[in-house]
Design a protein around this ligand. Structure first.
Ligand code: S3P
Length: 450
């Protein structure tokens, strides 16, 4: 069920130990980029392990509307016959990116330097999110945009017929913004330079290099200076998508808080721009090990092994780590509820403009379940109650946000009373197999409508 469908209330209750192996789906960030870069090549890009969540399926549909031939061969195997850099056709329909900020922002970037007009829309969550962070730099290339007040979707972008390359300092730590500028730079002649003060996930840079673009990253006093030479001929690739560390976070965190648990989560991408949660959990005293560490497709990969951790402590999470675990704060706040003492999470303003205001969504839901949360514009603190002491018993709003829904369902696995969410439907955007996978480990999640 997509996030456009009828709400799916779900309840999670305390269960026995979680045990076994959790094969989580492919990485969402890399899946979007595989389809988009595949569409910008000449020739056939083949993909294995693609995340078949609604967000990525919406990007696949968009790439078809731009003229690429995108084929689902089953079992996570896909192929894309691209149209080449600058080869996009003008879609004859509105592009609906559903719930996906990554999808819409990357696609806006990749079309902004082609002479086509495209109208974008999404669900209620996406239509409330800020787009000026992307349309401002795209205007420097010569693209125009008209949207709703506050730079919100629905929005039409008129791509630049005669794009110029840009030099852009990204004002917020956002891989989506950085990637939109780099994708726009692909069809601008000359060198496009993007500078980010804080390192954010670097999948776009890595993948552009492997598709044959000339791209360099230099670390300077200003931050990471990324230089891309425009109008390359991208070479079709085979991409084996690693499994998503942001999805791995859910079985890992559940295992840490459910007594007796021992869960293996194999083949997880541990790119340092993504792995901040696991470092944080270990600092809290989590029994979390990396097994079989290796390099695959240029990315560090390991099997994660998480065991019940009775002595978790609250910690100060360094602000400079925020970008590398930005999607994991909701589930971290759940683990923090079972730790002793306070977990303080500063430098996280970006959490307020995700699929929901994630600080607010978690604060309201955690408080309803008996946990104290304090917050400010860019920080929050959870006061842990220790194992066996978290009451639960409340129904939480998921606000069309998959990670909020999954976080509260993890909470309910170790609380005294069950925890419910008003709508688990959005989970399908990133982790469509969440319920059977967690159920297979021993979790007790039920739908109220069955
Ligand atoms: C993503 C970047 C992050 C992250 C999102 C995926 C990406 O967003 O929250 O889930 O694939 O580039 P921001 O760039 O807005 O931080």
């Amino acid at each position: 069920m997509s996030s456009h469908g009828a709400p799916i209330p779900m309840t999670s209750r305390a269960c026995g130990a979680l045990t076994g192996t959790a094969q989580v789906p492919g990485d969402k960030s890399i899946s979007h980029r595989s389809l988009i870069l595949g569409a910008m090549c000449v020739g056939e890009t083949t993909i294995t392990g693609l995340l078949e969540g609604q967000d990525v399926l919406d990007t696949a549909r968009a790439m078809r509307a731009f003229g690429a031939e995108v084929t689902d061969h089953g079992g996570g195997r896909w192929s894309v016959h691209g149209v080449g850099v600058g080869g996009f056709a003008e879609p004859d329909q509105v592009i609906d990116c559903g719930n996906s900020g990554t999808g819409v922002r990357l696609i806006m970037g990749c079309m902004a330097t082609s002479p086509i007009s495209v109208t974008f829309t999404g669900d209620a969550s996406l239509n409330g999110r800020p787009m000026a962070r992307v349309t401002d730099p795209l205007a420097l290339f010569g693209a125009q945009s008209v949207g709703r007040a506050g730079g919100r979707l629905p929005m039409t972008i008129v791509g630049a017929a005669d794009p110029v390359p840009v030099r852009y300092v990204v004002p917020v730590p956002s891989a989506q913004v950085k990637s939109a500028v780099l994708l726009a730079g692909l069809n601008a002649p000359g060198k496009t330079v993007v500078i980010e003060a804080e390192a954010t996930r670097d999948h776009t840079e890595r993948m552009l290099a492997s598709f044959g673009a000339e791209i360099t990253t230099e670390v300077t006093d200003e931050g990471r200076v990324i230089t891309l030479t425009g109008q390359p001929e991208l070479k079709a690739q085979h991409i084996d998508v690693p499994r998503d560390p942001s999805s791995a976070a859910f079985p890992v965190c559940a295992a840490l808080i459910v007594p007796g648990s021992d869960v293996l989560v194999p083949n997880i991408g541990l790119n340092p721009t993504r792995a901040g949660l696991f470092t944080t959990l270990r600092e809290m005293g989590a029994d979390l090990s990396y097994e079989n560490e290796r390099i695959e497709g240029g990315e560090p990969v390991a099997d994660l092994r998480a065991r019940f951790s009775p002595d978790l402590k609250g910690i100060e999470v360094p602000a400079e780590r925020a970008a590398s675990m930005i999607d994991e704060y909701p589930v971290l706040s759940v683990v923090a509820a079972f730790a002793s003492g306070k977990t303080h999470m500063p430098g996280v303003k970006e959490l307020r403009v995700k699929e929901s205001d994630r600080i607010d969504a978690m604060k309201v839901g955690l408080e309803a379940n008996g946990i104290t949360v304090e917050d400010g514009p860019d920080w929050w603190t959870v006061t842990g109650l220790g194992h066996g002491n978290v009451p639960g018993g409340a129904t939480c709003a998921s606000h069309l946000d998959h990670r909020i829904a999954m976080s509260f369902l993890v909470l309910g696995m170790a609380t005294e009373q069950p925890v419910s969410v008003d709508d688990g439907g959005p989970i399908a955007t990133s982790f469509p197999i969440f319920e059977p996978l967690m159920g297979g480990l021993g979790a007790a999640i039920t739908r109220s409508d069955v």
